[in-house]
Ligand binder design. Structure first.
Ligand code: HGY
Ligand code: MN
Ligand code: MN
Length: 401
């Protein structure tokens, strides 16, 4: 089988025009946005041209189906609010190129998946979580983005494309290529990461409510200031989590909304995102207990009421050993001494698909380890090396049943 690296790179550069941010190669292509829908429709046409049958399901997941049973490859083409050109897109376009080249070579059969809302505009890896049965559609439809738009409203924008759920039994396994989104491969001058396992995640929204008041006449000791409560919570949380975590554990307050957000008003309410990740489910639960207890203590000390949203979560998952062995053998052949086994600190659709079939992932380096930013990038040599390793692994990958 002969992959065509020029065609592959051209598709990647064509895809990044949908929602181009105008800053470097960055993209703004959130799930269900006009740019996202246009990109998916373009990819559907590229799939058709590649001899695959393009099919959308009811939540915007796009599949390019080969005939009969096939190996599934892919990722996602939606982006973070400020996204890189390769996060997700690389896996979809690489899958398309491998599927095309494999058809041209007479097999093995490869289908392509482009999952919707992996970036969690309205949840956490939402499209593949629904497809895998982790997230009931009625619960997904009630999820909202930070502007209050619901999943149901968002996906209505693709209703004209919606079709039936694709049966996972069509597929023998799932392989996803993704940028590392961390620093280790690039710093080591290595080309390939073969993923051993993907960490688990917990995500919720916390609200603390005190008293809105005048910023000039309200003495400091009489305030019930929501920002001061958040600041105290963050300091206490960092101190307490340090006692139960490992260097791979992470926690993030990524979105904060202070009400009413005026210079001369003591903020009465703060709503903030609380997300944490770890490779061990027991430690995720211990982190959750510390987060909830610390929030309750700080709220009481600061005279705040406290509420938590529903919590979204995915468990840590190990990658399939046989699929991993196929990727490792191809990496040993093509980039000997320049590949490693590694854990994924980022979440991926493979987490959900692993519940349905054997799943594996392969990383290529991220320059400077940067991702979820317009400056995300990977050297084209590394993109092509990833394509060649995936192509070389294909016969063995397709043999795993
Ligand atoms: O956040 C993540 O790990 C993924 O990139 N959405
Ligand atoms: Mn991604
Ligand atoms: Mn991402």
């Amino acid at each position: 089988m002969q992959v065509n690296s020029e065609r592959f790179l051209q598709d990647l550069h064509d895809l990044r025009q949908f929602g181009a941010s105008g800053v470097g190669k960055g993209v703004v292509r959130p799930a269900f946005s006009p740019a996202d829908i246009a990109a998916r429709e373009w990819l559907a046409e590229r799939m058709r041209a590649a001899g695959l049958e393009p099919r959308f399901d009811a939540v915007g997941n796009l599949f390019g189906l080969a005939e009969g049973r096939s190996l599934l490859m892919g990722s996602h083409s939606d982006s973070q609010p400020e996204g890189g050109w390769l996060d997700g897109a690389l896996g979809v376009v690489m899958a398309l190129e491998v599927a095309r080249a494999s058809q041209e070579a007479g097999g093995p059969a490869v289908s392509v998946a482009n999952f919707q809302d992996e970036e969690g505009r309205l949840g956490v890896t939402t499209g593949s979580a629904i497809w895998a049965g982790h997230l009931p559609l009625d619960r997904a439809d009630a999820l909202t983005d930070s502007a209050g738009v619901s999943f149901a409203q968002a996906r209505a924008g693709m209703a004209h494309l919606a079709g039936e759920r694709i049966d996972p039994a069509r597929f023998t396994g799932f392989v996803e290529c993704h940028i590392e989104q961390g620093p280790w491969l690039h710093e080591a001058g290595e080309a390939i990461g073969v993923v051993t396992d993907i960490v688990g995640i917990r995500d919720m929204t916390v609200t603390m409510e005190g008293e809105q008041n005048h910023a000039g006449t309200t003495p400091m000791h009489r305030r019930r200031d929501a920002f001061q409560a958040l600041s105290a919570f963050n300091t206490a949380l960092n101190d307490r989590l340090r006692n139960i975590v490992t260097p791979q554990s992470v926690w993030t307050i990524g979105h904060v909304s202070l009400h009413p957000g005026a210079h001369s008003i003591v903020p009465g309410r703060v709503t903030f995102s609380m997300q944490w990740r770890d490779g061990d489910s027991t430690r995720l639960k211990r982190m959750e207990d510390v987060i909830r207890q610390t929030a309750a203590e700080i709220a009481a000390e600061h005279g705040m009421t406290l509420s938590f949203s529903g919590m979204l979560g995915l468990e840590p998952v190990a990658m399939d050993p046989a699929l991993r062995a196929a990727l490792s053998a191809a990496a040993t052949e093509l980039v000997p001494g320049r590949w490693r086994d590694m854990q994924s600190g980022a979440l991926h659709d493979a987490t959900n698909v692993a519940a349905l079939m054997p799943a594996a992932m392969m990383f290529v380096p991220s320059i400077g380890g940067i991702s979820h930013a317009f400056t995300e990038d990977t050297a084209e040599d590394d993109l092509v090396a990833g394509l060649n390793v995936m192509a070389r692994a294909l016969p063995a990958l397709a043999n795993v049943r």
